[in-house]
Ligand binder design. Sequence first.
Ligand code: DON
Length: 573
Amino acid sequence: MPIGTTAYKFMSQVILAFISLCFFACTEQLEQTQKAARITDTATEMQAAVAMPDSYSADVAKEILQKGGNAVDAAIAAQFVLAVTLPEAGNIGGGGFMLVYKDKKTDFIDYREQAPLSAHRDMYLDENGDVIPYQSVIGILASGVPGTVAGMWLAHEKHGSLPWKELVQPAVNLAEQGFKVHPKLAGSIERHIARLEKRSFEVNFKDYFAAAKANEVFQQLELADTLKRIRDQGRDGFYKGQTAKIISDFMRQENGLVTEKDLLSYEAKSRTPLSAKWREYQLLTSPPPSSGGIAIIQWLKMYDILTRDQQKLTHNSAAYLHLLAEIGKRVFADRAEYLGDPDFVEVPVASLIADKYLTMRSQTILKDKISVTELIKPGLKESEETTHFSVMDKWGNAVSNTTTINLGYGSSVVVEGAGFLLNDEMDDFSAKPGVANVFGAVGGQANEIQPKKRMLSSMTPSMVLKDGEVVFVTGSPGGTTIISSVYLSILNALEFSMSAENIVNKPRFHHQLLPKDVIRYHDGIDPAVISELEQMGYTMSNRRFGDMHVILNKDGKVDAASEANGRGKSIIF
Ligand code: DON
């Protein structure tokens, strides 16, 4: 359904209503993570690398690779470590996507959360049909059924080489013995508590996290016990038995929706990754229920169609930003209309990434004029906290994994007795057609709430291959801005031949159709470019997004980097 004018009004109101929450939740990770350590331990001959959002996950992933584990083993171990040391996004109470390239074969593990069985389309609307602020974002009703443990188990069963217990044990140790809290994490937790209190949200976040003080050891004993059950019983240690009982009892007591039946019936799914030819490369990326794979393929192909017969654009020039913003308008109009869980709606993937369609779609883009937002419709006629990491082992296998509980610290609700934070992923559904979620994304029927449906995501773990070898592993958090971070990183790597460090640190920008003509950008874009774009009619919004961790494997050299703004760590060894 095309988005109507009334819907636009609704949407702007909701964006305003959510803006402060979005600000504190989405930028939180970015505020609290300044200047990551990029550590290159040794030379690059062995060609193994990890690029992780914190030092604990980087060190554990490296250890797993060094004791003979493959990239998937390292990724699973890192995922569990992050559930302990990166509470704002690492999780066992959320979900994500893992893109795997192993033994020259591809796989995509979809461990996205799904709507509980008792969820329904209008569950976040009041009696007047208006969206109830915050209900899909903070508190017990915001959570989808978690997918992480099922996802890691499936990845292990299909691709793992080391025993499961060895992959979960490092996380158990960090939860049980505690870990030293980074001052940025402590600051972030403190600010999150203050904001929850200011708005009088009745959630138990503070009871669990107030004790995490800068440079002090922080233990999470309930979480350690939950992780032990997962270590000893595999996926059943979460979806059955004691953990499942703790979760469902807690949900009943708090009037939440997730039941034993929801947990028992959750399944991680192995899907075929999206694959598209782009220049001499093969793009390997995320299929629905991610919107990101389709989006980055559209973005990169339209970029080539529009620049084919001209000189290469200067990186981060006004012409470059404008062109990519224009493409973004069209990408996000399609996203809002066509994309949703492929098990519930037919997503016209092939049509959306067809060269012919994208050539037609590019025709209305002008080099010196902004298209009128309201006139950009879906094109087919016929019919801010997440975390990312990248791993490459010495055999050339790679994993690109993005995982989330949605906003920073998810719903801010900890399962009492099990010690982990629950996601607030239900906000990624379209609560009402045309009404924006916290990321300003709108949607319609394709992404409406239905029991067991997976909410549309922007998470886009991706890789680029050449002649069957992985040349680039990329991904980022950042809600809808993930898509921009990912396609821009691919252009940085392959159009502008940058080093890994430059790929992640060069200022980025994002436009997503709505809010109208707004380009969000990082510090560091030339002020003259900003004024030129403002003169064209853009509103320029200086707000950081993303936290990239990439691995580049080009010209016989492995290079890896974590964004300097975060608290990540990359190691090549
Ligand atoms: O799946 C999605 O698109 C969102 N839940 C991701 C949230 C996110 O990246 C927040 N990070 N800053």
